[in-house]
Design a protein around this ligand. Structure first.
Ligand code: SF4
Length: 303
């Protein structure tokens, strides 16, 4: 089947199944174009909580589909490829967080949504890259805080708030590939272009950026900023929504190697299979879902 035929088949199955398709901005362009909504973890979490659809096809990685399942009990959450996981989320196991908590019984635990449901279930509050600063700021200033699993996002939040955070040593392998010297080279290639970066990048790279935000924040910033040319330090899938939202502007990836292989496991063909077979289903055991819902809800109440 051609890409056009596959997209038509996805649309037909979606109608027949009363499904909604959510896609993260790091998905491949054809997957994003087949979705009802494209966005970042925070936006998609909110949509998952609100949708009336009986079936959610979540084109992203496993932890995102888990969050949708937690927020939408009674609905069927599908993911096109069950192997689409997130290496950062796998960098902390529930047992490790349990031990960290036990050593720091007075500390608040802030967990980036790029984590398993079982890890969220052991946390006080969750955050995304779009609201991490507000979430940490909502805690009393003197409170010791453990932040996991992304050391780069944690360091960024700490610097924005002038607070000390204790950081888990996790990171996104895709964003970690982007080096500060690449920023210098890109600026030399594209003089005058604005450099926008995602906070999962290394602190030394963020220090060279003109603007730091989540994927949706970057898309919105570039849409509203009068500049015509931007260098983007984030996963390269974001170039698709950037181009669609800001026609006529020029976007240069900091590097083409910032391509998350896990996100790209999903495809139009696998979307068809998922909607035909109603599998793979992403389900969270009820006891874990119940415990994980509290820190996610606390986050959503803040922003
Ligand atoms: S881009 Fe990074 S954080 Fe996002 S899914 Fe891929 S590895 Fe995980």
């Amino acid at each position: 089947m051609s890409g056009t035929d596959l997209a038509a088949r996805v649309a037909e199955l979606k109608r027949r199944r009363h499904a909604v398709i959510l896609a993260h901005s790091y998905q491949s362009p054809e997957v994003q174009d087949a979705a009802d909504y494209v966005g970042d973890s925070l936006g998609l979490s909110r949509l998952a909580a609100k949708t009336d659809a009986e079936i959610i096809l979540f084109c992203g990685v496993h932890f995102m589909a888990e969050t949708a399942a937690i927020l939408s009990p009674g609905k069927t959450v599908l993911i096109p490829d069950a192997n689409a996981g997130c290496p950062m989320a796998n960098m902390v196991a529930p047992r490790q967080l349990g031990e960290w908590r036990a050593k720091n019984p007075d500390a608040a635990v802030v967990t980036y949504v790029n984590s398993s449901a079982a890890v969220k279930a052991l946390s006080d509050i969750c955050c995304t890259s779009a609201n991490a600063v507000e979430v940490v700021a909502s805690l009393p200033a003197g409170r010791r805080t453990l932040f996991l699993p992304d050391r780069n996002l944690g360091a960024y939040v700490a610097s924005r708030l002038g607070r000390e955070l204790e950081l888990w040593d996790g990171f996104c392998p895709t964003h970690e590939r982007m080096l500060p010297e690449m920023a210098d080279a890109a600026r030399a290639r594209h003089p005058g272009a604005i450099l926008a970066a995602h906070p999962e990048c290394r602190p030394a790279l963020l220090a060279k950026a003109d603007f730091v935000a989540s994927t949706t924040g970057i898309v919105e910033f570039c849409r509203t900023n009068p500049a015509r040319e931007f260098i983007i330090a984030s996963e390269i899938g974001i170039l698709h929504p950037l181009g669609k939202n800001s026609p006529g502007k020029l976007f240069h990836p900091l590097t083409s190697v910032a391509d998350c292989p896990n996100m790209k496991l999903n495809s139009l063909e696998k979307m068809v299979w998922a909607l035909e077979d109603l599998a793979p289903v992403v389900a969270v055991p009820p006891d874990i879902a119940q415990k994980a819902l509290a820190p996610i809800t606390r986050m959503l109440e803040i922003r």
